[in-house]
Design a protein around this ligand. Structure first.
Ligand SMILES: [Zn+2]
Length: 747
């Protein structure tokens, strides 16, 4: 009846124009829409520019004086917006370099510079006394002299190539180029193959002049630029290596450093292409296959040969205080439900792009939310804004916080939204597929700052152009699955909080990642120079936070999740088929004597060994669980459709919401993934051998990739159980929603 009255009062056009808002009745949607419109008018690009200038003025890595200064400044900003803001400290193991030596000792001598020179154009590039040297955090100490071998990207497939050529890296120092995997995979795989040290360099073909003009003339990596970065084995577990699974508060029990499995076992150092070129040029042995050749003006050879390298690294393995900033806006009616937003504040050096470009959007959101509170806005749920420290070394601040607050977070966590830098172009969102429709609706409500269309329309157009025809017809925008590489990992993959990550990008090429050249000068010349995409990120992220914070029913939708699961299952079946075919073909070639010549001792190539044929895998348990999830999703949607015209009580809806916020927890495998119990999500994990890149349905997928058929069957069972739990949860939510809205259940 209330709705009818509303219809009579309002001009009809308003009702027709307003698209549905997931989680809201028409009446509450109208109020929400007004507040959101006010919110989106507040963030200012000029304030973002000034905040970036301030936060990136000096190096602000974990443990640095300016990092602490930034944390205190950020805390004060949140407090001035009306948030209850404090600093939460942890103590973590954070090694920094004392000694770094790389030299070619034979056949000629060359000493690597290992320095990034200051540029007169870039005013923050000369702060040498405060800059962390170029290094890989959590490398081992070491002092070794060994032959050098070029291993391309240093991923498992590259070692298969080497093996076929009869080249071993046992006792060698490998040199790998950045790319093809997350950096930490390279020394891990090198160590597994017997290497005693590793160098990782930025090849100009992947990251440098082959892409465009080098900095400062253009945005790309200059010859002495180096990519710092962590090589902690984060696909096993991120966070403090000494306190897996628990918060590293001052009194926490710590492992002995030698027992911390995530610390790299061999010394590893990143170098520039200026330093790499003489080393690569000194290699003899076979010429590298064409796909292995980079952009340097040399003949790329694999080695080994006369080239010998001395690598000496020593680190200061110290406990370092870490400062997370946690700012809270208490919910008016549901204070014990947390809607969370985060971006890290530490950088490797000045970090204007990574992470400050994301953090300044977050700060403007918080300021705007504070303004709304002054105008009388009262979010139902508690809003928590976080600025994490120590993300760069290994997601330290967010992981330790999640581990410390795990019990409370699993009970109260409703949503976590992450960003980690921002550029210009199209909206990129990844995360929980139960939020795909929610993401689409928000993207429909935010204008692209340049294209005079919504960010959703811009994204659709970009996808159609790049060949994704379904972007034209599918009403919801697809979101990507989450691997790792930022602070969303502990929330989604360890705690099971529904999670998204958002940023703009695609039109901002660059080669300053993790170098001293990631600066205010670089960002304001080559990225989102007018900060209008910074404002757009504030608008997208703040709208998401507001919409979840005051929703009548949490905005989950499970049809897309079921459909996405089916797509992953199709991929798994195809992967099993292609793997089986590959094995059969190889075995046939061996049986046909195709490699007979190869085993001639004078031939450097080695014949492959026959493999056991691939058994069939019974995927039926996953299909059955997907079917039940599908049915539950449809039933939930039907009940949800009745919400608009009903007079559901908030107490009844609270019961529905209590289930919906567990939607990702139901998908956790309690004992975790094989070899890495910290990672529990059944659908999303970083690849054990790819790093940041996602492996969906990781337990089954990686077992097939590794041809471990017994493990694959076992993981099918665990995945199916997780999907069944999800189906049961959605079913229960549907029943409660039917009761709340008086929908007659389907017989
Ligand atoms: Zn970052």
């Amino acid at each position: 009846m209330k709705l009818l009255a509303l219809l009579l009062v309002l001009p009809a056009a308003n009702i027709v124009d307003d698209p549905p808002m997931r989680g809201y009745t028409p009446a509450s949607a109208k109020i929400e829409r007004e507040w959101e419109a006010k919110f989106r008018a507040i963030p200012e690009p000029s304030r973002m520019r000034e905040a970036m200038r301030r936060l990136s003025a000096r190096p602000h890595h974990l443990g640095s004086p300016y990092g602490k200064d930034n944390a205190e400044w950020i805390r004060a900003q949140f407090a001035s917006y009306g948030f209850d803001a404090r600093i939460e400290r942890f103590d973590v193991l954070f090694p920094t370099p004392k000694v770094r030596v790389v030299e070619l000792v034979a056949p000629t001598r060359f000493v690597a510079k290992l320095e990034e020179p200051a540029l007169k154009e870039d005013p923050t590039s000369n702060q040498k006394s405060e800059q962390l040297p170029t290094y890989n955090a959590y490398s081992a100490d070491g002092d070794i002299t060994a032959p050098l071998v070029y291993v391309n990207y240093g991923v498992p497939a590259d070692y298969e190539q080497l093996e076929r050529r009869g080249i071993s890296v046992k006792g060698a120092i490998v040199i790998a180029r950045y790319g093809g995997s997350w950096r930490g995979i390279k020394p891990k795989v090198a160590y597994e193959h017997g290497a005693v040290g590793a160098l990782i360099y930025s090849d100009p073909k992947d990251d440098g002049f082959a892409e465009g003009e080098a900095y400062p003339a253009g945005p790309y990596r200059p010859k002495d630029g180096v990519q710092r970065g962590s090589v902690l084995d984060m696909p096993t577990y991120p966070g403090d290596p000494l306190t897996p699974g628990v918060g590293s508060s001052p009194g926490a029990k710590r492992l002995d450093r030698k027992d911390a499995v995530t610390i790299m076992k061999i010394p590893v150092l990143p170098i520039s292409y200026a330093d790499a070129q003489p080393l690569l040029a000194a290699l003899s042995g076979p010429v590298a296959p064409s796909s292995w050749r980079g952009g340097l003006p040399i003949t790329y050879r694999i080695g080994p040969g006369a080239a010998r390298v001395h690598l000496k690294l020593e680190f200061d393995w110290k406990q370092t205080p870490l400062y997370n900033v946690i700012a809270t806006l208490k919910g008016a009616t549901n204070p014990d439900e947390w809607v969370m937003r985060g971006n890290h504040h530490d950088g490797w050096v000045n970090g204007a792009e990574d992470p400050i470009s994301g953090l300044i959007a977050e700060l403007e959101e918080a300021r705007a939310l504070g303004e709304l509170v002054k105008q009388g806005w009262k979010p139902k749920r508690t809003i928590v804004y976080a600025a994490w420290d120590g993300e760069e070394p290994s997601l330290l601040g967010s992981t330790e916080w999640v581990e410390e607050h795990m019990t409370e977070l699993r009970a109260k966590g409703v949503f976590y939204l992450n960003s980690d830098g921002n550029g210009r172009g199209v909206l990129n969102v990844s995360g929980s597929h139960s939020l795909e429709r929610f993401v689409t609706e928000v993207a429909n409500d935010v204008q692209d700052p340049e294209a005079r269309v919504t960010v959703a329309q811009r994204l659709r157009a970009a996808r159609v152009v790049s060949g994704a025809a379904e972007a034209r017809s599918r009403s919801d925008l697809r979101i990507d699955a989450m691997g790792s590489g930022s602070d969303f990992t502990p929330f989604l993959q360890h705690a099971g909080v529904p999670t998204l990550d958002a940023s703009f990008g695609g039109e901002d090429g660059g080669g300053i990642y993790h170098s001293i050249y990631d600066s205010f000068y670089w960002y304001t010349h080559f990225s989102d120079t007018s900060f209008v995409y910074g404002r757009a990120l504030s608008q997208v992220a703040g709208t998401m936070i507001m919409r979840v914070a005051s929703a009548d029913v949490l905005p989950a939708e499970f049809g897309n999740l079921a459909e996405t699961s089916r797509r992953y299952l199709t991929e798994l079946a195809a992967l099993r088929e292609s793997t089986a075919k590959e094995i059969d073909e190889l075995n046939k070639q061996i049986a046909d004597g195709a490699f007979a010549m190869v085993n001639d001792p004078r031939n450097p190539l080695r014949a492959p060994k026959a493999q056991a044929p691939a058994p069939h895998i019974n995927f039926a348990p996953i299909e059955n669980a997907s079917d039940s999830l599908d049915r539950a999703a449809a039933r939930f949607e039907k009940a949800y459709g009745a919400l608009a015209g009903s007079a559901a009580s908030s107490a009844a809806l609270a019961q529905v919401n209590a289930l919906l916020r567990q939607a990702d927890q139901a998908l956790l495998i309690p004992e975790g993934l094989p070899k890495r119990p910290w990672y529990q999500h059944a659908l999303y994990a970083p690849g054990f051998y790819t790093g940041y890149g996602v492996k969906t349905m990781p337990g089954v997928r990686e077992a097939i990739e590794q041809k471990d058929w017994v493990l694959a069957e076992e993981q099918v069972g665990k995945l199916a159980a997780a999907l069944s739990r999800e189906g049961a949860l959605v079913s229960r939510a549907a029943v409660l929603l039917e009761q709340a809205t008086n929908v007659r259940p389907v017989p």
